[in-house]
Structures are given as structure tokens and as C-alpha cells.
Design a protein around this ligand. Sequence first.
Ligand SMILES: [Zn+2]
Length: 466
Amino acid sequence: MKRPLFIQFFLFLYFLLLPLQAQELKRTPEVNEWWKAGVARAVITPQEYMWMAGFASRDKPAEGKLHDLWAKALALEDARGNRTMLITTDILGFSRDLSLSVCNRLVKEYHLERKNIILSSSHTHSGPVINSNLSHVYPPFDESQKKQIENNRSYFEDQIITVAGRAISSLAPVRLSSGVGIARFAVNRRENKWDDESLYNPNVNGPSDHVVQVIKVSDQSDQPIAIVFGYSCHATCLSINKWSGDYPGFAQIELEKTYPGLTSLFFAGFGADQNPLPRGRIPQARQYGKELAIAVEKVMEEPMKVLSSSIQTSYEEIELDLSPPPGNEELDSVIINGADWHKRWVEKMKEKLASGDEFPDSYPYYPVQSWQLGEQTLVVLGGEVVVDYSFILRKILGNDLMLMAYANDVMTYIPSERVLKEGGYEGEESMWVYGLHGTWIPGIEEKILNEVVRQVTLIRNGVLKY
Ligand SMILES: [Zn+2]
């Protein structure tokens, strides 16, 4: 990856402003190590067996459960009374309309600011269909199935509002610390077809990010009460018809077993082109979950960076450009070579073309969010973000950056320029999965990086004041 001039510019900008950050922290006397935190959890396993989200290959609804699905909330308050709300969930992803609906209620009921709310999904492929995302990949739903999805969505939304309220009402003094570990089961799925046989020929190609990101919340007697942890890899170990949080679900269960009374909150990083490989069996999902949990435990048992009690946040939606729709001829070639869901997408596109529908030339709502929790920066992106962004952003903004994707609005994949140019699933075909008519156009990477660097520079320097 060659982006020297571009990266040099941001490095220059960042280091230019760095001294201001130090001054800001020094002249803020009320900043100390005591925070307030409240944590709560609620089951979101659907009350009925219904269609599962994520795979086109399933041909029937859920018919069992490995373990419950959860919504978890961590409310944080800094020394000046600024309050944030992190919601993590065992679902495939929040669509924009679902996100708007939940956020509007959180803002109204708990007087939170939008920029202070993160709605994160683990991207488990063993949860329910919860919104219109990926509707092309499933067989068409009948009226009773549509009703089921609608009812479950209301239940899901209500559980989030409840759990957020319970987190706020349990706010109590805590200390926050952060650190990183490593787990190596994520494999670049564009470059490797890893299976059980690959064990005997273990060449792994392509970039992967194996960093395990950890934020620990400890009470006044230094007992951990919550742990927030992230890993950059698809939650796609399992495709059976049983509810589960996939490997992140097993990881959370493991941590909660190891530390009784603790609530663990998983978030997905920039792992859109990563799979847990080899995969497909329950013991493998359990193994990866345990590997991740042990990596988190290692971080918790070693010295971590204690975070000053100070919150700065930023949230913007930016416009990303889309290519025009394919012509009829191109669509025909997709039908010939495609699966059932390809055909459904093509039919829909042809209908739209025939009726003279307008195709938007951009997606104007791409969410970019940044939180500065004391000395820890967290960058939060929407969509399924490929791993290249981890390496580029760490180069520009430092290795201790925490990176979350699959948050606030999962509208489709977010390829880097490299992946967009190469095409394939993450660069092209995944856009059809999400029902979009075109692909992103070159320039997407720079637009996103510009906005992230702008926000992080501002929040690190305390320019965005409450
Ligand atoms: Zn995905």
C-alpha cells in the first residue's frame, strides 16, 4: 500500500496539533481518574423461532438455541458530568431506520446527545432478521413472516431502551483503563480458502488485524464490573439454524464465567474481509470464543493504561458516491452466472430500470463517530469495513487507536481503494446483497479517512466542548 504523501500530510497535521492536546489536559484541573459507570444487560433472543439473518443458504427458520442473544449497555459519565451510552448487541447490524428509531428514543427518554450514543452489532450470522438489510438474499417473506419480523423488532427496540435506562440508573464510581492483546484466528478470506486440510499446509496470505482491543471498568474496590472488547473478524463460524452469538457470544460467556458478576460487551472491528477459519462447527466457534476471552483475560491481568475522566465526542454523516446502475446486458450476465438471490436482485433492478426509477448517485448518511475517553481514542464507523482501514488509520493516528465498525448504520461493505479496485465480493458483489444498484466509486477511502482525522484531531485537542 503506497500512500506516503497522503499519510505524511495527516502525520504533519496530527503532530502539529499534539502539543495543544497536552496543554489542554494540563490546564483542566477537574480531570481525574474517577468516572461513573452503569452497566446492564437484557436478553434479545426472539420469542418465536423465525428467519435468521446473514446467509442466503438457509432454507428454514431457526429451530433451536445454543445460547441467548444479548443487548448490553454501558453508560459512562466523566468528572464534568458528560454522559455517553454504548449499546452492544448480538445482531447482524442496525439499518439506518432502526438506528434512527432507537437513537430518537434514547435522546428523548434519557436526554443523551446523538454523538454520545454508539449502537454496535456483533454481526453474528446466527441472530434474527431484524430489518430490511439483506432482504434480497432471503426467500420472499409471507405476511405472517413479515409480521413476525416487525413484532420482534419492536421487542428488540424496547429491550434496548430498557437496558439503557437500567445502565443509567446504576451509575456508580469506577475507574477506566485500556489495553490490547492478540488472538490469531482471523484469516483474510479474500486470499485464503482455509479448511481443515489447510492445517497441513499452513500458508496464510493477505492482511489481517489480530489486535484484541480492551477497555476495563473497575469499581472502587478495583473489581472489574464490565469489560468492552473488540476483534476484527466476521462472526460467521456457524451457519446452523440455532440462535447464537457465534464466537463473540462464546467469548462473552467465557469472560462472564471467569469473572462472576462482570458484564462483557463485544464489538466488531474492521474485519469485513476476515473469517474465523477453518469454520462451520460448534466446537470451533467455542474454541475461537475461548481464545478471544483468554486474550482479553491476559490484558486484564497485566498493567493497563488508566484513563483520565474526560469525554469528548463527535458524530457526522458524510456523503459517499455510488456508480450508476448496470445496464440490462450486464444484469443478464449476473443472472446466468448467479445464485437465486442474484436473480432476485437482477429482477428488482430490471423493474426499476423499466419503470424509469431514479438511482441515487450517493449514499448521504455514512456515519463517522469518534470518542475520546481520557487518553483513549475510539473511532466508530458504519458498514462492514475492510481491514486496510485499521493499518492506514493506525499509521496516521497512532497504534493505540481503538477501531469499531458495524455501528450505527450497516448499509453495506466499505472497501479500501485496493479492495474496490480488485472487486470480488467485498469490492462489488456485496453491494447487491444489500440491495444497492452500484458500487462505491474511487475516492471513498480518502473521504472516510479525511473525516476520521478531522474528528480525532478535534476531540484530542478538546476543541469540541460540551
Ligand atoms: Zn458481513
